[in-house]
Design a binder for this molecule. Structure first.
Ligand SMILES: [Zn+2]
Length: 317
């Protein structure tokens, strides 16, 4: 049996942190009288028998009460919570790897304690914001009794972990690492090879539903996959770089349809099931599996992508 974990980074976001109503917009997805964030993500997952693990960034000093209530609702609806470390709002620097080992231990302990005190939850899995961890994360997690991590993202620029695999789940310093699943995209332009990209299973950023379904279908038995969403997955908007504000926010309907299509597609695949971090069956020795997809890039696409990447670097939205 292959297993699929649905994960969602649930956060107000790095640039949205000082925006009015950032929690309502980027976590709840409250736009035009709808709530297309966490409530919709969980409702749709439940409809197809899936459980979502929300990696919740509980560090923001302005939204403690909101996050506390949100966590209670997530658990009451049968979904799960992991700790998501975006420490800047409370500790000053953006990525975990920018802190020394002692400070990392303090940050993890703070989040663990917060979830215990406010939600009564003994959190067991962690993901670093922006995948920005280094190997000091393992002793820091161990000190807090967190035994699972999902921060490793092969070739991600802020990921400084020395994890020796790409997708394979393995124990590292007593912590079980669940890498963000990637596939290799081999690209050609005018018949010439371009640099390979490593894409996560994320139908908003870089991938799409048919490709994700193919990757799961073609993988060998017992492979475990990490699907990737954000709480603001179904919002569409512009970011005004000059004013440093989001404008024109609306609901991204085609992506909601894509989410349904993806979960429906997965639920119809044979020998594939949804699971969660409390129930996932990790084989004694996992094998490494990396799917490869070939794409032909058009010139226009290449230009658009370059521009978009330059902008996305600044905007986590
Ligand atoms: Zn994040």
């Amino acid at each position: 049996m292959k297993q699929v974990l649905i994960t969602c980074d649930t956060e107000v976001g790095e640039l949205a942190r000082d925006m009015d109503k950032a929690f309502d917009v980027f976590v709840q997805g409250a736009v035009a009288g709808e709530r297309v964030g966490v409530p919709l993500i969980n409702r749709v997952a439940s409809q197809y028998g899936g459980v979502v693990t929300h990696f919740v960034d509980v560090y923001h000093p302005h939204y403690e009460r909101e996050f506390s209530k949100l966590c209670e609702t997530i658990l009451a609806d049968g979904h799960q919570i992991g700790l998501h470390t975006h420490p800047r709002s409370r500790f000053g620097k953006r990525y975990m790897f920018e802190y020394d080992a002692d400070k990392q231990r303090e940050i993890i302990a703070w989040g663990k304690e917060w979830l215990l005190r406010h939600v009564g939850l003994d959190v067991m899995v962690h993901r670093a914001g922006g995948y920005g961890a280094n190997d000091a994360i393992y002793p820091a997690l161990r000190a807090s009794g967190i035994r699972m991590d999902s921060s490793f993202f092969f070739r991600a620029s802020a990921c400084h972990m020395g994890y020796p695999y790409i997708n394979r789940i393995a124990s590292c310093e007593d912590i079980v690492e669940f890498p963000v699943t990637v596939y290799r995209e081999k690209r050609t332009l005018f018949g010439f090879k371009r640099k390979d990209l490593y894409r996560k299973l994320d139908f908003r950023y870089g991938s799409d539903v048919p490709t994700i379904l193919d990757v799961i279908r073609e993988a060998p038995d017992k492979t475990i996959f990490i699907l990737f969403l954000h709480s603001f997955n179904f919002l569409r908007g512009c970011y005004d770089v000059r004013k440093e504000k989001f404008t024109g926010l609306s609901v991204h309907r085609p992506l909601i349809d894509a989410y349904h299509a993806l979960l429906d597609g997965i639920s119809q695949l044979e020998e594939v099931c949804f699971t969660d971090f409390a129930h996932v069956q990790v084989p004694k020795t996992c094998t490494e599996y990396l799917a490869e997809k070939e794409t032909t890039v058009s010139v226009q696409e290449a230009i658009t992508q370059r521009i978009r990447q330059r902008i996305w670097k600044k905007i986590p939205f």
